[in-house]
Design a protein around this ligand. Structure first.
Ligand code: CUA
Length: 366
């Protein structure tokens, strides 16, 4: 359809055809009723026109049948849009568990990305084709919005919290990336591109950057330099503070009987504002809040990534090179087989076909 309707952007993700399907349905319904109503108006104007100055119209008594019909039919049409739209919404904003994670920090006026291997990019995002990619995003200043029209997906980045976005690119190429939320003078210049590559090519690109410090390693250093170890243990095993090993993805019981799912935002909030959600049994307010002056959003992301990576059996000696990556690729709650044990094939949307050697790496704890 793209060929003959030029106003549709390229379709390059698994979501794109689904969004377009709904979009064309809405347009179709709109066109149908526009034509129906216009035709009816024209027909009525001619058919029931006043024929002489003395003509008085017949009184209308109403018709239950007709009124029921024009209530029920629009109701069903509206509900079809609602159900279809809601279904698509959930597909779009429920994060897959098996995605490749990339961190995004918005800033007036640029996008800063970091891969779990440590590779950084500005206003460019390289991703492999046919693989689910999850973005964990925040901003250093105001609200921005991460928008990739070719993938038909968009999410705001909001100060003080993490938002997530996922997509699965279906076609290699270069696609526009926009900031879709007015954010000041150079908002219109806050653009970039998403580069979708063949998996092997992507792995080559990722390793081509030389040895960069991965967020996990940077986070581990911060964890030590900020003194987290004095309460949470040298490797997050716990002490005066709650243990952090395997906390990510688990359900944490809080003082007062509530419990909370330990996702990225929970870890972040616990560092910024530790007194807000107190882990059961740790009522004494020992932990200071870490404000922006001590830890930037990027530092926070690094510590969060480090805490996410903590699992029994691999708490020590995190390597500074690429293999740390595969430990961070897991996103869901801890799997029974443990971290780093994720079968790379299960992360591919297409489990058949060869797996490039570098995705086959297992974690350093293995
Ligand atoms: Cu950032 Cu608009």
């Amino acid at each position: 359809m793209q060929g003959w309707i030029p106003f549709v952007p390229e379709r390059a993700s698994t979501l794109a055809p689904k969004v377009d399907g709904l979009y064309f349905y809405l347009i179709g319904v709109t066109i149908f009723f526009t034509l129906l109503i216009t035709a009816t108006i024209v027909f009525f104007v001619i058919r029931y026109r006043r024929r002489s100055p003395s003509e008085v119209p017949r009184p209308v008594a109403g018709s239950l049948k007709l009124e029921t019909l024009w209530t029920v039919i629009p109701f069903l049409i509206a509900m079809s849009m609602f159900v279809w739209g809601a279904d698509l919404f959930f597909q779009q904003y429920r994060m897959p568990k098996d995605a490749l994670e990339i961190y995004v920090v918005g800033k007036q006026w640029m996008w800063k990305m970091q891969h779990t291997t440590g590779q950084r990019e500005i206003n460019e995002l390289h991703v492999p084709v046919g693989r689910r990619v999850k973005l964990i995003m925040t901003t250093e200043d105001v609200i921005h919005s991460f928008f990739i029209p070719a993938f038909r997906t968009k999410a705001d980045v909001v100060p003080g919290r993490y938002t997530t976005l996922w997509f699965e690119p279906t076609k290699p190429g270069r696609y526009h990336l926009f900031c879709a939320e007015y954010c000041g003078t150079n908002h219109s210049g806050m653009t970039g591109s998403v580069v979708v590559m063949e998996p092997a090519e992507f792995d080559e690109w990722l390793s081509g950057a030389g040895s960069q410090e991965s967020p996990v390693v940077a986070g581990q250093k911060l964890f030590q330099s900020q003194g987290c170890t004095s309460c949470h243990g040298a490797n997050g095993e716990g002490g005066k503070g709650p243990p952090l090993v395997s906390v990510y993805g688990s359900t944490v019981r809080l003082e007062g009987g509530q419990s909370v799912e330990a996702d990225e935002s929970y870890i972040r909030d616990s560092i910024r504002n530790p007194q807000a959600q107190i882990v059961e049994g740790f009522r004494q307010p020992l932990m200071p809040a870490y404000y922006k002056e001590q830890l930037s959003e990027e530092n926070l992301l690094q510590i969060m990534t480090y805490i996410k990576s903590l699992a029994p059996g691999r708490t020590q000696g995190i390597q500074t090179t690429a293999p740390a990556r595969s430990n961070n690729e897991r996103t869901g709650p801890a799997t029974p087989e443990g971290q780093g044990a994720t079968n790379p094939d299960s992360q591919r949307s297409n489990p058949v076909g060869s797996t490039p050697p570098s995705t086959r790496t297992t974690g350093p704890g293995q």
